[in-house]
Ligand binder design. Sequence first.
Ligand code: NAI
Length: 259
Amino acid sequence: MYGELHGKVAVITGAATGLGLAISLRYILEGMNVVGDYVGTLPDELADAAKKHPDRVKFVEADVSNEKQVEGLAKTAVDTFGDIDIWVNNAGVEKACHTAEMPFKEWKKVLDVNLDGVFLGSREALKHFTKNKKKGTIINMSSVHQQIPWPTFAHYAASKGATEMFTKTIALEYADQGIRANCIAPGAIDTPINAKKFSDPKQLAQTESMVPMGNIGKPQDIANAAAFLASDEASYITGTTLFVDGGMTLYPSFQHGAG
Ligand code: NAI
């Protein structure tokens, strides 16, 4: 737990499930004010948290790829809590498709949510930070696929590679104002995005074999990283990616001295 996070205001996109939900619950536990963005239905865990802490939790329905709705999300955060300290661009989508057969609209959909969403959210955070001379923090959810090519997910890998470079660029652009921007790159984490894959024991075992530590990660592993990057203990860290992947990016095929 990081005492200095108490009372800070965080906006988290895609807060209703998986990693966004875990980060929201962790931030609530840290005593932060949380504005959770979602599309669709609000899960019971979040609705309960909002009921339990009505003065510290607010949920807003907003499509991260829609400029007006993201502007509205930022406005709601400021209207409700008077400030924004941390903005987590977590919302993301993926869908397998061979590149030769990929409909343009599938490509657009993934880039719209995963990259436009990161830009629109970051821009709202940067507007607020610069206008208020605030040393705020942006955390962008990337993936090990900012680094590892992933056949049939060219759109997804492209969006995450671009997220890394976008994050490094804004980190440099605003470093002299004390604003930090970093990525978290999860490996294989047990969330709804992987539910189908990990419910098949064969596919689960195959993924585990690609993780040197031998097991898939938990959403809490990512929430821990998001709490750290938001905290003062990360105050000298900007423009980097924190890989939370059990070693997936360490060329696992070399693990036992092969090659
Ligand atoms: P998830 O599917 O549970 O979460 C994605 C969330 O984004 C959902 O709540 C969904 O409603 C929301 N979302 C989708 N489109 C949206 C839109 N247009 N506007 C607002 N929200 C929208 O999956 P998970 O795993 O929690 O994914 C979170 C992030 O982590 C994504 O960016 C994903 O690419 C990334 N990631 C996840 C990994 C994993 O193994 N679970 C690995 C690497 C990266």
